[in-house]
Write a protein that binds this ligand. Structure first.
Ligand SMILES: [Zn+2]
Length: 258
């Protein structure tokens, strides 16, 4: 599932590919493209927004008009929507599992959606003081906290495990027991991991791709996610896997002591 780095990459790449073009379906010009949490907002002329949430398997691709169709005008069955662009190419929303979301309407109407209304501060830009404030007086375990988009926007299962490994904090650690030095480490790890993943083009674990069709390189360079039984890169102990907050969680039992 695309997380903050993948959505950030998609947004940046879309800007280079389609900014300033018209979407012929609506006869509107693309004025700006922005990431909000894990959603992508395409601002169109006339005050309209075309928005996407990739959820499990969605991807936005910019392709030639005939690509991803069977040659007789029928689309690949996983294409949810095809938007014709003024430069002769198409923006397609390809979504195998069909959990993705598409919004279209006035900016006011789209941003009223509950997803945007409840979104927490962006994980990439949140400062140390914000993180401290958000954690203050919170109950529960740190991994569940990181996955909840209402606390911090953008982190998913892979990034949460990577961040906690980097910060040497066990995913089941109770928030109220975290010391200041650990919160600082968590904030530093958060920035480090998200920026590293963006730099490497995001994670292609299964089928996520850049809008131009390229794969992301972070998954090959990951520290802990999906490495059960393999050696920790820091201490050589074997990586453990456990279901935490309903998700498979990977951690080092020696570096991340509960
Ligand atoms: Zn370790």
């Amino acid at each position: 599932m695309p997380e903050l780095p993948e959505v950030e990459i998609t947004t940046r790449k879309l800007k280079t590919l389609i900014l300033g073009k018209r979407i012929l379906n609506f006869n509107r010009k693309i004025l700006n493209i922005e990431r909000k949490g894990k959603a992508i907002l395409i601002y169109l002329s006339g005050g309209k927004i075309l928005g996407f949430h990739q959820r499990m398997s969605g991807k936005l691709l910019v392709v030639g008009r005939a690509r991803l169709s069977d040659g007789q005008g029928r689309d690949d069955k996983h294409i949810r929507k095809r938007f014709k662009l003024s430069d002769g190419r198409d923006l397609v929303f390809h979504d195998v599992r069909k959990f993705g979301v598409i919004w279209y309407g006035t900016a006011k109407k789209v941003l009223k959606d509950n997803y945007f209304k409840t979104l927490g501060e962006d994980a990439l830009t949140a400062g140390l003081q914000s993180i401290k404030n958000i954690l203050l007086n919170r109950k529960g375990k740190i991994k569940a906290f990181l996955l909840n988009q209402k606390n911090l926007a953008g982190i998913g299962n892979i990034m949460a495990d990577e961040i906690l490994w980097k910060a040497k904090i066990h995913p089941e650690r109770e928030i109220k027991t975290l010391r200041y030095i650990e919160v600082k480490r968590l904030w530093k790890a958060l920035k480090f991991i998200l920026k590293k993943s963006i730099k490497l083009g995001g994670s292609t674990m299964r089928d996520w791709l850049h809008p131009g069709g390229e794969k992301g390189g972070y998954f090959k360079k990951r520290y802990v996610y999906g490495r059960e039984g393999q050696k920790c890169f820091r201490c050589r102990a074997k990586i453990s896997r456990k279901k935490i907050a309903g998700r498979s969680s990977y951690f080092c039992p020696r570096c991340q002591v509960l």
